[in-house]
Design a protein around this ligand. Structure first.
Ligand code: FAD
Length: 318
């Protein structure tokens, strides 16, 4: 049995979530193949191998230089069948989600999403799925010979013990039907780190006191290479743009580190952040509910603590 992993690239580097998907594939089977639509350099190829892939299927079709859900799905399904694969693993993402569903239909596979681990000690193929915004795990039996699994970010450690993979060129057979929707160009609206993809998020709440006070959070985000987020009232009052609103009714994030500054920790906010690996809360009220969900907490005034934290991180980096 071979496992195929769809690998995504950001700024020429393999996304960490894709390396996690490869490592998950390696835990399933020894024979792991990765498929990538971006031309990647030597360092990126090496990271794919280290994470556990034996082979990199490099798609070099010019038409696929810009992500295209339908064409990507057709190409992945073709590679899946051609290589006799039985499992496709992808990182859960805005691209991975629709691709996983389409490939599952094309190859006739069962599909499970938001998987956070492999259950052990059972003869059946059982996975742990994260449900209720990360508050519970559903042990899910996956039947059928072919399976498509999307992995939740930050739940699988990345392996670093693999060898350099063999790289093979792949030209998929595509039809006009794969290009009925065509993305001609993708432009980031901001040069900043995007919130849903960020590995670190610095988020501010009403305790920040006003939009003009956000500089200290932006400085902290800059030294950490983090995205900025906020609570709902903050975006409702237009202190920050709506796309930064985190929570039940906003963006759900799952970074390695979520830093919450001047946010009380209402249940609706926690619903968007409780999949974070670590949470650091900075709040002047020791009774703030967020501390109960925190891995690390600092009781104090944000305007005293945050600049010191930024300076300490800068000093450590120099
Ligand atoms: C249906 C529904 C959906 C909702 N969805 C969302 C959602 O998706 N996301 C969301 O965020 N909210 C949501 N809410 C709102 C939520 O219930 C809370 O009202 C909101 O999260 C509170 O925002 P806050 O923590 O920024 O403000 P507050 O509750 O006012 O908390 C401010 C915090 O800042 C601290 N503070 C003040 N000054 C300082 C300082 N100088 N230094 C350090 N700390 C300081 C205070 O101690 C306090 O804990 C929703 C509510 C409803 C009813």
């Amino acid at each position: 049995m071979s496992v195929l992993v769809f690998v995504e690239v950001d700024e020429k580097e393999i996304k960490k979530s894709s390396l996690e998907a490869i490592s998950y594939g390696k835990a399933l089977e020894d024979d792991v193949l990765a498929i990538c639509f971006d031309k990647v350099d030597h360092g990126a190829v090496e990271s794919i191998g280290k994470a556990g892939a034996k082979k990199l299927i490099q798609v070099t079709n010019e038409q696929l230089a810009v992500p295209n859900i339908m064409a990507y799905s057709s190409a992945i399904a073709e590679a899946f069948d051609q290589n006799g694969c039985s499992v496709l693993v992808l990182a859960k993402s805005s691209l991975g989600d629709p691709v996983s569903a389409r490939v599952a239909i094309k190859v006739g596979a069962s599909v499970v999403s938001n998987v956070s681990g492999l259950s052990e000690g059972s003869g059946e193929f059982v996975v742990d799925r994260s449900i209720y915004t990360g508050k519970a795990l559903a042990k899910t039996i996956v039947k059928g010979d072919k399976k498509v699994i999307t992995i939740k970010k930050n739940t699988v450690p990345v392996r670093e013990d693999g060898a350099a993979p063999e790289v093979v060129d792949f030209q998929p057979t595509l039809s006009d039907g794969d290009f009925v929707v065509k993305v001609t160009k993708t432009e980031k609206t901001t040069g900043e780190v995007l919130l849903p993809e960020a590995d670190i998020v610095v988020s501010g709440g009403r305790g920040m006191g006003g939009p003009e006070k956000w500089g200290i959070l932006e400085d902290l985000a800059k030294v950490l290479g983090a995205a900025t987020g906020c609570s709902k009232p903050v975006s409702d009052m237009n202190w920050r743009p709506h796309h930064e609103h985190v929570g039940q009714t906003g963006i759900k994030v799952s970074p390695s580190l979520y830093i919450a500054v001047g946010i009380s920790g209402a249940i609706q906010h926690l619903a968007g952040v409780n999949s974070s690996k670590y949470i650091l809360v900075i709040n002047k009220d020791p009774e703030a509910p967020f501390f109960k969900a925190a891995d690390f907490g600092i009781v104090g005034d944000a305007f005293d603590i945050v600049p010191k934290l930024t300076e300490a991180i800068k000093a450590k980096k120099d």
